[in-house]
Write a protein that binds this ligand. Structure first.
Ligand code: HEM
Length: 378
């Protein structure tokens, strides 16, 4: 998409699509202004769809504010930091399973299972239910195959079905935790209170489902996209082994360069001007953060991966009131996983003749498979 972004930033940075009454924004400054003005650009979708839409992600103030207060109490940087030893352990198990191999698909071996296991444990899902979980999160992440009526119907029906299965599952767990608290996130959500307000069963369910949908595939793609760059620029592998203090910044640069989420939707609540164009009340505004992150006005040498780029005010986690709640967790998982990958898999390279296939989604950036050939560390 990056060539298209570049062309649009130059030729039509605020672009109207008359068929959908929608605007596409490609410039950093325009996008930042929209994300920082939730009064003019709402996150509430006019037509509620089947999955993720009733969650915090699709709320405006004041409801968003109340909900965010409650859930962020259950999701503090400290409780995330406490996960470090466990994440390290899970990574150890995943790497142990590659023993004896010299080629893996990074997605199947590491980048898919890691976030799924972490989220499942964070929520308090027993290990026995993990496979169930993985299937659900895959099905949430699936996109529509083509735009035929039949494909769309099938897509909607399947999302609806996943939705009901998840509702039932989390409803059951929520009721159990109300009776018998455990040391997990669902219990914290059950107990959380702000200004005397508690979450309802439905709100807890909704939030759990959001974590699955918003947290798994994105983190998977962050780890995969990082290793992809390490193979595209192999000198980075030795450099990051020699200078581990560069890894934090390297992860930020991966987020900027190959943003796991390319765009978010907003809806204009009034007539408003963006970049000299007149946006009408009710219009859809698509903010291409994947393009903002390559805007040469903001990032010198924007199309180059610069491992120690500073400053690096990328928008990969959004900005403003909806700024990603899971950012500390995603960063921590990458910060643990990537050094272990570098430590165990030396000289990582794509097998001869590999053609990477993009995930078929306009909003998510990643590949379907990332075959990695390597020399096991001695
Ligand atoms: C919101 C990206 C990982 C939970 C967002 C938004 C972005 C984003 C761009 C803003 C959406 C908007 O403004 O409409 C990412 C990326 C991730 C990641 C790139 C990984 C690299 C996670 C994880 C979790 C999570 C691991 C949870 C475990 C959330 C939640 C929101 C959110 C709950 C909604 C916050 C709100 O509406 O106030 N994320 N995310 N994300 N993310 Fe993430």
């Amino acid at each position: 998409p990056f060539a298209w972004f570049q062309k649009m930033r130059k030729e039509s940075p605020v672009s109207f699509d008359a068929k959908r009454n929608s605007w596409d924004l490609f410039r950093y400054d325009d996008i930042l202004a929209v994300l920082k003005d939730p009064a003019a650009f709402s996150s509430v979708r006019p037509q509620q769809g089947p999955v993720l839409l009733g969650s915090i992600l699709g709320m405006d103030p004041p409801k968003h504010h109340q909900m965010r207060n409650i859930v962020s109490k259950a999701f503090t940087p400290r409780s995330i930091a406490e996960l470090e030893p466990r994440i390290t352990e899970i990574m150890g198990e995943l790497i142990a399973q590659t023993e004896g191999k010299t080629e893996i698909d990074l997605l199947q071996s590491i980048s898919i299972p890691l976030p799924v296991i972490v989220i499942a444990e964070l929520l308090g899902v027993p290990a026995a239910d993990r496979q169930l979980f993985k299937d659900w999160s895959d099905r949430i992440a699936e996109s529509v195959e083509d735009d035929s009526e039949a494909a769309i119907q099938k897509f909607l029906a399947d999302k609806e079905k996943v939705r009901r299965e998840l509702d039932d599952y989390f409803m059951k767990v929520t009721l159990e935790r109300r009776k018998q608290p455990e040391d997990d996130l669902i219990t914290k959500l059950v107990q959380a209170e702000v200004d005397g307000e508690k979450l309802t069963d439905e709100e807890i369910m909704e939030f759990c489902i959001l974590l699955l949908g918003a947290g798994n595939e994105t983190t998977t793609n962050l780890i995969t996209n990082a290793v992809r760059i390490f193979m595209e620029e192999p000198s980075l592998q030795e450099k990051l082994r020699q200078q581990p203090e560069l890894m934090k910044g390297a992860i930020e640069e991966v987020l900027r360069y190959y943003s796991p989420i390319l765009a978010m939707n907003r809806y204009a609540t009034k007539d408003v001007e963006i970049g000299g164009k007149q946006v009408k009340k009710g219009d859809l505004v698509v903010t291409w953060i994947g393009s903002a992150n390559r805007d040469e006005e903001k990032f010198p040498d924007a199309d180059r991966f610069i491992v120690d780029r500073t400053p690096n005010a990328h928008l990969a986690f959004g900005q403003g009131i909806h700024f990603c709640l899971g950012a500390p967790l995603a960063r921590l998982e990458a910060l643990i996983a990537l050094p272990l990958i570098l430590a165990h898999f030396h000289d990582m390279r794509l097998p001869e003749g590999t053609k990477l296939e993009a995930i078929p989604s306009t909003f998510v950036y990643g590949v379907k498979e990332l075959p990695v050939q390597f020399t096991p560390a001695a």
